[in-house]
Design a protein around this ligand. Structure first.
Ligand code: HEC
Length: 105
């Protein structure tokens, strides 16, 4: 018979695994993108002006890395740093998943 304490530990471990393995949610990313990022990076990730980069179809992992770099200041840009400063890991994952699934143009 499995002891209750072991069972509780296993249940916790499983719950933690389920949480940390949360898949990125592109729909949540789109919502956030359309509320803020769209002002510069444009509808569907096609930038509104030449000074802004297109983001449509960019590699997901690259986007995650760049957004974290802006957030921690290791990539410096006076416009993007404040945009990324308050993003959570979850938001970064969702935004990146959304942008990566758009067709490159
Ligand atoms: C006010 C305009 C503006 C807004 C709003 C904005 N960005 Fe940016 N973004 C920029 C500029 C300018 C750059 C280029 C920075 C550089 O030269 O390093 C950039 C660069 C980036 C890059 C790096 C692209 C690459 O090819 O390396 C990513 C990723 C990015 N933005 C994502 C976002 C996301 C996600 C949001 C919304 C949370 C957002 N941006 C909101 C202006 C903006």
């Amino acid at each position: 018979m499995i002891k209750p304490a072991i069972l509780a530990t296993l249940t916790l471990a499983l719950a933690f695994f389920a949480l940390s393995a949360r898949a990125a949610d592109p729909a949540a990313g789109k919502k956030q993108y359309d509320a803020t990022c769209i002002a510069c990076h444009g509808p569907g990730g096609i930038a509104v002006a030449p000074i802004y980069p297109n983001l449509n179809g960019q590699k997901e992992q690259y986007l995650v890395t760049q957004l974290k770099a802006f957030r921690d200041g290791s990539r410096q840009n006076p416009i993007m740093e404040p945009m990324a400063k308050n993003l959570s890991d979850t938001e970064i994952a969702d935004l990146s998943a959304f942008l990566a699934q758009l067709n490159p143009k």
